[in-house]
Design a protein around this ligand. Structure first.
Ligand SMILES: CC(C)(COP(=O)(O)OP(=O)(O)OC[C@H]1O[C@@H](n2cnc3c(N)ncnc32)[C@H](O)[C@@H]1OP(=O)(O)O)[C@@H](O)C(=O)NCCC(=O)NCCS
Length: 320
């Protein structure tokens, strides 16, 4: 399979930081409980910025870093479950804002697997020769949907965005993606209320609900099996992999995956302490931080693994 080259990565998080201690002032929790059960110490929160605003910040940085003119971008993909509108898509808003006049644009809803699903879509457009440059962004303002009175969920999530510019290349590329329709994580839109379907709109109906324990068990089992099947399909072993970048939902989930794979935790990149769970944005934020810090470089093989609502899960193995 032809590969995908990463030209540049960038990320952005809103400046407002909310610590565990701050959350403890409005729900019955503590820094100790949150750190112990999740590994999260703080998260970034939007104060009025929407998902398109975060995405445009990343897109602008990506153009600066690559030196590409906006007209040379052929496809813009934004992975998100928190778009500003049902229409226009966030990707169209980015296209307009950066003047990528030749790009088509679409959003990808794969929940916390969104960036990995987006990589797969980007890969197909690049491998077929239909596109030269794809801009792929994962962006979320989850704070719009969090129930801030529910201590089971409000401690988990944060806002942020990250992205990459990709082109076709000789780099190694492999993927294994999955979906299974099930409802342990839901974010409902407001119910329809009209003359044919009377009722009342309630704010509660559109809030994020998570069966934490079920998701935890699903994540550890599915991701470890998924990485195993991807390695088997590509004929590689964990020794060939410089880093695994898992979706950042809970440090203990990553520890569970590392135990099941019999791989040392040093093989996994974890930055959940600073961001919480940013859904589609967590993997590109991590990738951008790793490239900036020089933790991965040209020629290194990495695995990016997402899992989340849908249910969806999947991994991409590629050379940086
Ligand atoms: C949510 C999660 C952190 C809970 O951790 P856990 O170890 O499974 O904890 P439990 O659900 O067993 O709850 C244990 C107790 O802590 C309590 N608790 C829950 N949230 C709490 C909080 N913020 N502070 C203090 N206590 C809390 C519960 O009420 C429960 O109390 P009880 O035993 O008296 O009923 C964990 O299951 C998780 O991270 N799941 C994945 C969720 C996720 O990321 N989903 C997004 C999609 S990727």
């Amino acid at each position: 399979m032809p590969g995908v080259k990463i030209h540049a990565a960038a990320h952005y998080a809103p400046p407002k930081i909310v610590t565990n201690d701050e959350i403890s002032t409005w729900v019955d929790t503590s820094d100790e409980w949150i750190m112990q059960r999740t590994g999260i110490s703080q998260r970034h929160m939007s104060q009025g910025q929407n998902t398109s605003d975060l995405s445009i910040k990343v897109a602008t940085q990506l153009l600066e870093k690559t030196g590409l003119s906006p007209e040379t971008i052929d496809l813009i993909l934004v992975a998100t479950v928190t778009p500003d509108y049902l229409s226009p898509s966030v990707s169209c808003m980015v296209q307009g804002a950066i003047g990528a006049t030749n790009a088509i644009a679409m959003d990808v809803n794969g929940a916390c697997t969104g960036f990995v699903y987006g990589l797969s879509v980007a890969h197909k457009y690049l491998a077929s020769g239909a596109c030269r440059h794809v801009m792929l962004i994962g962006a979320e303002v989850l704070s719009k949907y969090v129930d801030w009175t529910d201590r089971n969920t409000c401690i988990l999530f944060g806002d942020g965005a990250g992205g990459v510019v990709l082109s076709a290349g000789d780099n190694f590329y492999g993927e294994k993606l999955h979906a299974r329709g099930a409802m342990p994580i839901t974010m409902a839109y407001q119910p329809v209320v009209n003359p044919f379907c009377p009722g009342e709109k309630s704010a509660e109906a559109s809030q994020l609900k998570v069966d934490g324990r079920e998701v935890f068990e699903f994540a550890v089992k599915s991701v470890s099996e998924n990485i195993d099947e991807l390695l088997a399909a590509t004929g590689l072993t964990l020794d060939d992999i410089r880093y695994i970048i898992p979706h950042q939902a809970n440090r203990r989930i990553v520890e569970g995956i590392s135990k099941k794979l019999k791989a040392d935790m040093s093989k996994f990149f974890v930055n959940i302490q600073n961001y919480g769970n940013t859904s589609s944005a967590s993997i590109p934020i991590a990738l951008s931080e790793m490239l900036t810090a020089g933790l991965v470089g040209a020629g290194d093989k990495i695995i990016m693994s997402g899992f989340g609502g849908g249910l969806t899960w999947g991994s991409v193995l590629m050379t940086v």
